[in-house]
Structures are given as structure tokens and as C-alpha cells.
Design a protein around this ligand. Structure first.
Ligand code: NAD
Ligand code: UDP
Length: 309
């Protein structure tokens, strides 16, 4: 049994991680300022003897004697992080510093939820961890991409300078139940539009690609990484299956039996054109690979959205 702090625990990924940790008998403190997360995501855990919720900003120092820290606090969707870009940088940098200080003070192992966005609009394909990326620091995505890159830098400097026990994972696009309805991410947007019979909004010509990972696979990768000795990362955690947005739209229309049609809207500024995880390192070091295929994960996600719309 471990004492675990999950920052951003009331968000989409964080709430699934809290579920898994509680299910395995750990004691969990969920710290979240509810910027993009919600109490509804963790409502079923409130009152559990091993679960506590602290409504707090990760930009404020926090102390608790814990064994593991998962640092997820950060708005993750372009709509949200671009709405408050300065806050996004602050959360990434100040939040990371606070959590690394906590790890240093307590001796806790700390896992940083980094992102495939550190690769920017990649010039190398698929993306391996050795690729340094192609990021425009002054673009609208810069607050998130550079914030996450700086957070990785802080992790590795605390590791080298103070011996902090870090783990860094780079998460590729993840979807599943409890994605926020209003955050504009592609899987939730397309499913909601299909269920409502609205046009499916494809930005650009639909040839852009992403690799989509179901949230349970990600949580399994996070658990493997925090328990792994002698390997700090960074390591890609994603599903290597690569789909164009046109393919994703067609699949969701078919699976929902929707009468929606696709519409092509102007391309988004600095939108990465191709993204595909190379997970060779995760397979070798963690013995991890995703198990859930896109149609299986979408079935579960569509069922969830049917229950909330
Ligand atoms: P989310 O927006 O659902 O969750 C983020 C959580 O962090 C929310 O509950 C939010 O309220 C909280 N938060 C934001 N700023 C905070 C602050 N200053 N103090 C305390 N809490 C704060 O997003 P998610 O998809 O669950 O992402 C979780 C983490 O995983 C993020 O760090 C994100 O960057 C990373 N990630 C996610 C994906 C993905 O596809 N979902 C991909 C790459 C990386
Ligand atoms: N996208 C789209 N229509 C939407 C929402 C998103 O075509 O309604 C595109 C977006 O431009 C990007 C991809 O889908 O090319 C993934 O977007 P998302 O915001 O989910 O994640 P990210 O851009 O962070 O990978």
C-alpha cells in the first residue's frame, strides 16, 4: 500500500488513475483546482476511506508525506490552455517546481505527465524519445508545449542535482469516458456531434493524423512506470495505430449510426500534421503496450457520451 498524491486528479485521466489506485488498495490524495476537471469525475470516490480531495492550485506549495506523486495538473485541451496561456505556463512550471520540492523533501517518487506535444509539429516520423522536436515557442500552442518541455527540464535537473526519483512519460492523444464535453478535443467533439446529428467539424482537409490511446491503457502504463526501478524515461505512452481525421470521422459516424455529414473548416494554426508514437522503448523497458483497439475504445466512449448527453 502506497500513499499517493495525484495532482489534476479530478480531470479526465486523473480520475481514472485515482480509480485504479483506490482499486489496488492505495491511499490517494487528489489535488485539483477544478479549472478543467470536476467533482463529478470523482464523486463516486468522495467518502471512500482511502480517498481525500484537496481543492487547491498546484502553483501553491503543498506538503503531505507521500510515497508516489503523479503530476497531472495542467489544462490539456487546446481550447482551455489557449484561453489562459499565462496560467498554463505558470501551472506547468510553478506546479512542477512545487511537486519536485515535495518529492525532494519526502523522498517520494514523482511521475510527470508530459506529452507528445514536446515533439511539436514533428519532422521525424514516428516519434522516438530521442527526437528533440519542432516547436515554435511563440505560437499559441507554445504555452503548453514549452511549459511541458520546461517541466521535463526541471525533472531531469532535480534528478541530476538533488537525486530526486523522477519518472517522465510522454502521453499521446488519449480518449475515453469523462472527457470534458466542452474542451473541443477531437474524439469527444466528433462523438457528441454524431450523437446530436450535427455536422462533424474537420479542421483542414482531414489528412492530419493522430494516434489514439484508450485511457485504461494509459493508466496501466503509468502504473508500470511508477513501479519500475532503474528507468526514469522519458518514455512514450501511446497507441501506435495512426489514423487520419477523415478516417476517425467516418468510423464514428458508422459506429454511432449517425446521419451527420462532415464539414471542413479552416485549418488550425500550428496544428501538428502527423503524430504517431514509437513505443519500442516502453515495450523493452516496461513490458507495456496498449491492448485496446480504436473501435473497442470508441464503443466504450460512445456508450459513456450517450449516458451524459
Ligand atoms: P484534464 O483537463 O481533464 O485534466 C487536468 C486536470 O488538472 C483538471 O482536473 C484541472 O482542473 C487540473 N488543473 C489544471 N490546472 C491546475 C492547477 N493550476 N492546479 C491544480 N489543478 C489544476 O486533462 P487530461 O486529459 O486529464 O490531462 C491530464 C494530464 O495528462 C495533463 O497534464 C495533460 O497535459 C497530460 N496529457 C494528456 C493527454 C490527453 O490526450 N488526454 C495527452 C498528453 C498529455
Ligand atoms: N480537430 C478537428 N475537429 C475538431 C477537433 C479537433 O479536426 O472538432 C483536429 C485538430 O485540429 C487536430 C486533431 O483533431 O488536428 C486533434 O485535436 P485535439 O485537440 O483532440 O488534440 P491535439 O491537437 O492536442 O493533438
Amino acid at each position: 500500500m502506497k500513499k499517493v498524491l495525484v495532482t489534476g486528479g479530478a480531470g479526465f485521466v486523473g480520475s481514472h488513475l485515482c480509480d485504479r489506485l483506490i482499486g489496488e488498495g492505495h491511499v490517494v490524495i487528489c489535488l485539483d483546482n477544478l479549472f478543467t476537471g470536476s467533482k463529478a469525475n470523482i464523486g463516486h470516490l468522495l467518502g471512500h476511506p482511502n480517498f481525500s480531495f484537496v481543492e487547491r492550485d498546484v502553483q501553491q506549495p503543498f506538503f503531505a508525506q507521500v510515497d508516489w506523486i503523479f503530476n497531472l495538473a495542467c489544462p490539456a485541451s487546446p481550447i482551455h490552455y489557449q484561453h489562459e496561456p499565462v496560467e498554463t505556463v505558470r501551472t506547468n512550471v510553478m506546479g512542477m517546481l512545487n511537486m519536485l520540492e515535495l518529492a525532494k523533501a519526502t523522498g517520494a517518487r514523482i511521475l510527470q505527465a508530459s506529452t507528445s506535444e514536446v515533439y511539436g509539429d514533428p519532422l521525424e516520423h514516428p516519434q522516438k524519445e530521442t527526437y528533440w522536436g519542432n516547436v515554435d515557442p511563440i505560437s499559441r500552442r507554445g504555452c503548453y508545449d514549452e511549459g511541458k518541455r520546461c517541466a521535463e527540464t526541471l525533472c531531469f535537473d532535480y534528478h541530476r542535482e538533488y537525486g530526486v526519483d523522477i519518472r517522465v512519460i510522454r502521453i499521446f492523444n488519449t480518449y475515453g469516458p469523462r472527457m470534458a464535453q466542452n474542451d473541443g478535443r477531437v474524439v469527444s467533439n466528433f462523438i457528441l456531434q454524431a450523437l446530436r446529428g450535427e455536422p462533424i467539424t474537420i479542421y483542414g482537409d482531414g489528412s492530419h493524423t493522430r494516434s489514439f490511446q484508450y485511457v485504461d491503457d494509459l493508466v496501466e502504463g503509468m502504473l508500470k512506470m511508477i513501479q519500475q526501478d532503474g528507468f526514469v524515461g522519458p518514455v512514450n505512452i501511446g497507441n501506435p495505430g495512426e489514423f487520419t481525421l477523415n478516417e476517425l470521422a467516418d468510423l464514428i459516424i458508422k459506429m454511432t449510426g449517425s446521419g451527420s455529414e462532415t464539414v471542413h473548416l479552416p485549418e488550425v494554426d500550428h496544428d501538428p500534421k502527423r503524430r504517431q508514437a514509437d513505443i519500442t522503448l516502453a515495450k523493452t523497458e516496461l513490458g507495456w503496450e496498449p491492448k485496446i483497439k480504436l473501435d473497442e475504445g470508441l464503443t466504450k466512449t460512445i456508450t459513456y457520451f450517450k449516458s451524459v448527453v
